[in-house]
Design a protein around this ligand. Structure first.
Ligand SMILES: Cc1cc2nc3c(=O)[nH]c(=O)nc-3n(C[C@H](O)[C@H](O)[C@H](O)COP(=O)(O)OP(=O)(O)OC[C@H]3O[C@@H](n4cnc5c(N)ncnc54)[C@H](O)[C@@H]3O)c2cc1C
Length: 657
């Protein structure tokens, strides 16, 4: 329920910002709707209260943290004319908002069956007014372009915002395929995870069954509302660029120029070697799927379920699987496809952490979570891979004065892509030697001969990147030749160096980091976090440095975990898979890289027997393929897995119209 109440006339003693904070401190628990409304209504704010948090900023609106506790957080947001938020919700947190200065326009949205939202009612809130969202609303807020004044709003979130979840907004009505209802006995395919892999698997299923005369029910489950984005393309920050050039990022294996054409429709000057914003790629994936959905005019129906998949188990009939979700929904799947993608980041630091965790950002991919950090606040970033690079870009603004300290085991940042695209070297002779079945392949030999090849290439003026790119198509075959012991050696000794050369950053991103270093903002240390003692205002951290025997002690205001997706499977598994692994129904590989599958992606049990109706695609197949991370290989998997799922349901040419 939503309501607005005008601030009452001033009491004799003004209830300012300090009073509001004191009331919330005394409450020391989750704030309910009535309390939030009462407290915000009774609060009477003036310039003195909020001026130090007001931050007129070009580009996007500014968020400044006032206070952050376990039960609630308070922020001041500054909106210049023309600035606004995207459609979002508050992941179930209560949001109490008071307009301090200016006029706020709020647009509400309603969820549609295609996973998109459509605009419904709009309202305006003027200075002094209060509005409360108990945690159910999808809205966008703005200071309209025509407004003559700055807008300042005060927000209470309780519990503190776990994540601002962004929605895709549609203007057209949903396609027919989302409105059809399949008969109750229709064969069903459930896809768990709607990132790139899950969404493109669904797109291929729709393409394969475009004219199907037989009913088929397709269900896609994802906890995130904006389908197709997954972790990688969820960002709203235009400085987060793809690390693969546009010409190699088609979502379709058989239409190589598809993304290039999509991007050029918006900007004809884009060149094939350009590195584009990742948020554009998320829009492209979604559009690719929606275009296919529009042309599906057979008997297929699609359900987009926005929920957490909480359980996957064999159906009691022993045919197919039962998938349960938050909100008590249950689906019987003839075939289940697991495209859960990246594992949650491992919480390995928590053992070394004392005190409140309010200033520890566990998941830097959560939208807007970094925007509350002020330019004068010192930040410690754990990890120095591409996730850390994202965080550095978000935290870097021209007005940043405080250092951004980065610590990682080896202190290595990702290498940079070549400024101009170069042709991959022909590495077939070396690969043939490595794949020789009469020889046992050793990691030591791999590293030695690769170094040798890079040196020889450099003598001929050939860049090391061309050598690595020449190996890329054969990496899975090389991985398959390594014994378990050798794979373990690779993970322990070679992986960190391999990753920074293999997963490179766009040249424009490298330039930004160089500028940060030149401004003495970026400070990179090879070492590890030894301990962290937090109080409400900051954290006293101790770092063990690789090259110095001394410990380094410093005080920071925030610690951000940028160690990337969980690396070791047993320490960070998708919780939905854990019971199946424990029961031996499915199996994780001995090195903890992912799930065991047969060559086509069917999950295998602890005896190595494949389940014909449980398919795996995406990063969970890293154990058998190693290269199972980026779009060029995932688009192939999505196409292949869709075909296998239809075969498993005996959906042959007769059904496909
Ligand atoms: C920051 C970053 C940048 C990258 N940049 C590039 C790039 O430029 N080019 C490139 O080719 N590759 C890039 N990658 C690699 C990326 O992994 C792939 O391109 C691709 O996005 C992986 O998609 P996915 O669907 O397999 O996994 P994910 O993107 O992880 O998607 C999995 C989905 O499953 C959902 N999910 C998980 N658990 C549950 C549950 N229990 N219930 C419901 N839903 C659940 C998640 O919400 C998520 O949407 C990047 C990766 C990252 C992390």
């Amino acid at each position: 329920m939503r309501n607005d109440i005008l601030t009452p006339a001033l009491n004799e003693k003004r209830h300012g910002l300090d009073w509001l904070v004191a009331q919330l401190e005394a409450l020391n628990s989750i704030v309910d709707e009535a309390t939030a409304r009462r407290l915000l209504t009774e609060t009477c704010l003036n310039g003195e209260d909020v001026d130090r948090y007001v931050e007129p900023r070009a580009g996007s609106y500014a968020r400044r943290s006032v206070v952050r506790r376990e039960a609630y957080e308070m922020l001041v947001l500054t909106w210049m004319p023309g600035q606004g938020s995207v459609a979002h919700d508050h992941s179930g947190s209560l949001c109490g908002l008071k307009v301090v200065r200016g006029t706020l326009t709020e647009q509400l949205y309603e969820a549609g069956p295609d996973g998109q939202v459509r605009a419904s009612q709009a309202s305006q809130w003027v200075s002094g007014q209060v509005t409360i969202d108990p945690g159910l609303v999808v809205h966008s807020l703005a200071n309209p372009a025509g407004s003559a004044e700055m807008l300042v709003t005060l927000h209470i979130y309780s519990p503190p915002l776990p994540e601002v979840r962004r929605y895709a907004v549609a203007v057209e009505p949903p396609a027919e395929v989302f409105l059809r209802r399949a008969p109750s006995n229709a064969p069903t395919i459930v896809i768990i995870g709607g990132g790139f892999t899950g969404t493109m698997t669904l797109a291929h299923l729709l393409r394969e069954t475009e004219k199907s005369s037989t009913p088929l029910r397709l269900v896609l489950i994802d906890r995130q509302p904006a389908v197709g984005e997954g972790i990688a393309y969820r960002t709203n920050d235009s400085r987060h660029l793809l690390n693969v050039p546009v010409e190699k990022m088609s979502a379709w294996p058989d239409r190589p120029d598809d993304f290039l054409n999509f991007a050029r429709a918006g900007n004809p000057s884009i060149k094939p070697g350009d590195f584009l914003p990742r948020k554009l790629y998320g829009q492209y994936v979604r559009q690719s799927f929606l275009d296919i959905a529009k042309s599906s005019d057979g008997q297929v129906s699609v359900e987009m379920v926005r929920a957490d998949a909480t359980k996957l188990a064999r159906a009691s009939s022993s045919s197919g699987w039962v998938v349960e979700t938050s909100g008590n929904c249950s689906f019987h799947a003839g075939v289940a496809i697991v495209t859960l993608g990246h594992r949650p980041p491992a919480e390995q630091f928590i053992r070394r952490w004392k005190g409140p965790r309010t200033r520890f950002i566990a998941d830097p991919w959560s939208a807007l979570v970094l925007s509350q950090i002020g330019p004068d606040e010192c930040v410690l970033i754990l990890g120095s891979g591409l996730t850390a690079v994202d965080a550095l870009l978000t935290l870097d603004r021209n007005d940043r004065t405080a250092p951004l300290m980065v610590v990682s085991r080896h202190g290595l940042l990702p290498q940079e892509h070549a400024k101009e695209p170069k042709i991959a070297e022909d590495m077939s002779a070396l690969v043939a030697r490595w794949l020789d079945p009469t020889q046992q392949l050793k990691v030591r030999e791999l590293v030695h001969s690769l170094r040798e090849s890079v040196r020889t290439a450099a003598d001929k003026g050939i860049d090391w990147r061309q050598v690595l790119d020449g190996l890329r198509p054969s990496i899975t075959k090389i991985w398959e030749r390594l014994s378990l012991v050798e794979r373990g050696r690779f993970l322990r000794h070679v992986r960190p160096v391999w990753e920074v050369h293999r997963h490179r950053m766009a040249p424009a991103v490298a330039e930004k980091l160089a500028a940060l270093r030149a401004r003495k903002i970026l400070d990179l240390t090879a070492g590890a976090l030894v301990s962290a003692e937090a109080d409400v205002d900051g954290i006293q951290v101790t770092l063990g440095c690789r090259r110095l025997s001394d410990l380094r002690r410093l005080r920071v205001q925030w610690v951000v975990n940028c160690t990337g997706p969980g690396i070791h499977y047993r320490r960070s598994t998708h919780s939905i898979l854990r019971p199946l692994i424990e029961a031996g129904t499915i199996c994780d590989d001995k090195l903890g890289l992912g799930l065991c599958t047969d060559a086509d992606g069917r999950a295998t049990d602890c005896d190595g027997k494949a389940h014909p109706d449980l398919l795996v695609a995406g990063t969970l197949r890293k154990s058998s393929l190693w290269e199972s991370t980026a779009v060029p290989e995932l688009r192939q998997q999505a196409a292949a897995v869709a075909k296998i799922a239809l075969q498993a349901l005996h959906f042959g040419p007769d059904h496909l119209g």
